[in-house]
Design a protein around this ligand. Structure first.
Ligand SMILES: Cc1ncc(COP(=O)(O)O)c(C=O)c1O
Length: 382
């Protein structure tokens, strides 16, 4: 979709993209100053593999202040984004045929990375009626002796769902019955939550699981620092040590300038995050209200992250003005791009269709025009 959208733009078509998962804000000034300070201090040599002490300390303080977790530096590491941490963890732990339970909808990289190391993704679908929260009973049923990991990503990409205390308690109960299962909690959208809610961490609710929980987080989404490539993880020492072995033979420690910038961002307070979040919430309200007016679309209210995930079930089987028959959400997203110049991502890419993912990390003008194009496109179907 992204490639086709670029081709259409090159052909001069007025494409609007609501496909990207990238904040449309500048990185905080503190981060820029933090990177410059690294240069000025001459810290341009190979960094320590697990991360510079100043960054690890900022991460430990973050976990203490924001998540109520006391974490020694030996349980922490930084990597080139949350993505490398997931890669490190799966490479370090998966053997051929090991199962990785991934509730759907899911961020595309979990099953893909697990598969690279012989892991077998076991997809457990959730339902729009349940707010896209996984059913603990279904997770229980999916666990086998071969299960190595359960992946939890809340606030969720692509649905914006968050888990409440009762959800986490129910999942913790299931996990206590299966001591061989590790849990990857991807909390990268932790700060992007709406309506005064708070995203809880599994370990806040079930500290007894600490020896098998890996928290993956980073500065990409909360601080609008996607290009800096800084992620951080907290986990049991043997796992962190194995993940560091992987990283040591791949990329080594991460860019010192980026580490200085990330440490400064983490120390910069929450005012910048709150401002971005208020903007995302305003856009969410406008986008969801408009989507709900479109006959045939359903749209749950995202509680976090910056995506809307409207359902298309009632529109399947219809035909576009150019004669395309819409059999699934891929057909829908393709026709929407080719016939209405709006780029989105089909829900089947996230393991649960027929849906569309629309990012509201985009300008007000693009969001308004994008929603109008979608409404007109739906109205044109027969
Ligand atoms: C759910 C989720 N986890 C992790 C990442 C990776 O973020 P990064 O590698 O930029 O830290 C993303 C990026 O889109 C994401 O959506």
């Amino acid at each position: 979709m992204a490639k086709r959208a670029r081709e259409l733009v090159a052909e001069g078509k007025p494409v609007i993209s609501l496909a990207l998962g990238q904040p449309d804000f500048a990185s905080p000034p503190e981060a820029l100053a933090g990177a410059v300070a690294e240069v000025e201090a001459g810290r341009t040599g190979y960094p320590p593999l697990a991360g510079q002490k100043a960054l690890l300390e900022a991460v430990a303080d973050k976990f203490r202040q924001e998540n109520g977790l006391q974490v020694p530096l030996s349980r922490l590491m930084v990597a080139n984004g949350g993505k490398q941490l997931i890669f490190n963890a799966f490479m370090a732990t998966l053997n051929e045929g090991d199962e990785v339970i991934v509730p759907a909808p899911y961020w595309v990289s979990y099953p893909l990375i697990a598969g690279m190391f012989g892991g077998k993704p076991v997809i457990v679908p959730s339902r729009e009626e349940d707010g896209f929260r996984p059913d603990p009973q279904k997770i229980r049923q999916a666990i086998t002796p071969r299960t190595r990991w359960l992946v939890l990503n809340f606030p969720n990409n692509p649905t914006g769902a968050i888990l409440e205390r009762a959800d986490l308690e129910a999942l913790a109960e299931v996990l206590r019955e299966a001591p061989h299962v590790m849990v990857m909690c991807d909390e990268i959208y932790e700060h992007l939550v709406f309506d005064g809610q708070q995203a809880l961490s599994l370990l806040q609710v079930a500290p007894d699981l600490a020896e098998r929980v890996l928290i993956v987080n980073g500065v990409s989404k909360a601080y609008a620092m996607t290009g800096w490539r800084v992620g951080f993880a907290c986990g049991p020492e043997p796992l962190i040590s194995a993940m560091l072995k992987v990283q040591g033979n791949a990329t080594s420690g991460i860019c010192t300038l980026a580490q200085g910038g990330a440490a400064a961002a983490l120390r910069s307070g929450s005012a910048g995050i709150k401002k971005m979040c208020a903007t995302y919430q305003r856009r969410r309200d406008q986008v969801v209200a408009r989507l709900r007016q479109i006959p045939g679309l359903t749209c749950a209210l995202p509680q976090g992250a910056f995506y809307a995930y409207p359902g298309l079930a009632a529109l399947m089987g219809k035909t576009t003005p150019a004669g395309r028959k819409l059999q699934n959400d891929e057909d829908f997203a393709e026709a929407l791009l080719e016939e209405a110049w709006l780029a989105t991502v089909p829900g089947s890419a996230f393991g649960l269709g027929p849906h569309l993912r629309l990012s509201f990390a985009a300008s007000d003008e693009d969001l308004q025009e994008g929603c109008e194009r979608l409404a007109n496109f739906v109205a044109s179907l027969s």
